[in-house]
Design a protein around this ligand. Structure first.
Ligand SMILES: [Fe+2]
Length: 178
């Protein structure tokens, strides 16, 4: 009879055929060794704002990336079309609409539908946060009217253009796509 608990703890790898249609896994080493990252992996987004892709998931519509900000002030006001997970690695930031602060080492969940305005406070020289973003950023004006949209596909396009420009080639982006 099948047990509800895993009982076979022998160090024997799976012997059967791979399941058809399973995408390749994806591993990046030393992601937290931030200061030794190849600078070409940081894709400029706006002035003093970059992102480093870890995963572009085109079949579920999400992306995982490190956001690096080297300025203080308002970054954007946006609405989320899906959930966001944020792990702050350096610096601190907050949303004008919420009382909490994202501090180094903290985790935050941003629910779909939340509309908020991201600020990096004065005195923070560098903010780096790992964001897992499903759906889209819908950039809005103060009354919530959409003005721009960003999603995994616009991120891929930015990455392709950047990797081409720095000499890695547009197809360099393919390794991040699943
Ligand atoms: Fe957000």
């Amino acid at each position: 009879m099948a047990s509800a608990r895993p009982t076979d703890t022998s160090a024997v790898p799976y012997q059967g055929p791979p399941l058809f249609g399973v995408p390749a896994d994806l591993v990046h080493l030393n992601v937290l060794d931030i200061d030794n990252t190849d600078e070409r992996l940081w894709i400029p987004q706006t002035k003093d704002v970059w992102f480093r892709p870890l995963l572009f998931n085109v079949s579920q519509g999400y992306f995982v990336n490190l956001l690096r900000v080297r300025k203080s002030g308002i970054l954007s006001r946006h609405r989320h079309a899906g959930p966001v997970h944020a792990m702050t690695l350096r610096g601190r930031w907050h949303y004008l609409e919420h009382p909490w602060w994202a501090e180094e080492g903290s985790y935050a969940f941003e629910p779909p539908g939340d509309i908020h305005t991201l600020e990096v406070p004065k005195g923070v020289k560098e903010m780096i946060t790992l964001f897992h973003v499903t759906g889209a950023y819908i950039y809005v004006d103060p009354l919530g009217t959409p003005v721009a949209v960003e999603d995994v596909f616009s991120k891929i396009q930015l990455a392709r253009d950047h990797f081409e420009m720095v000499g890695l080639g547009a197809d360099f982006v393919n390794q991040f796509i699943r």
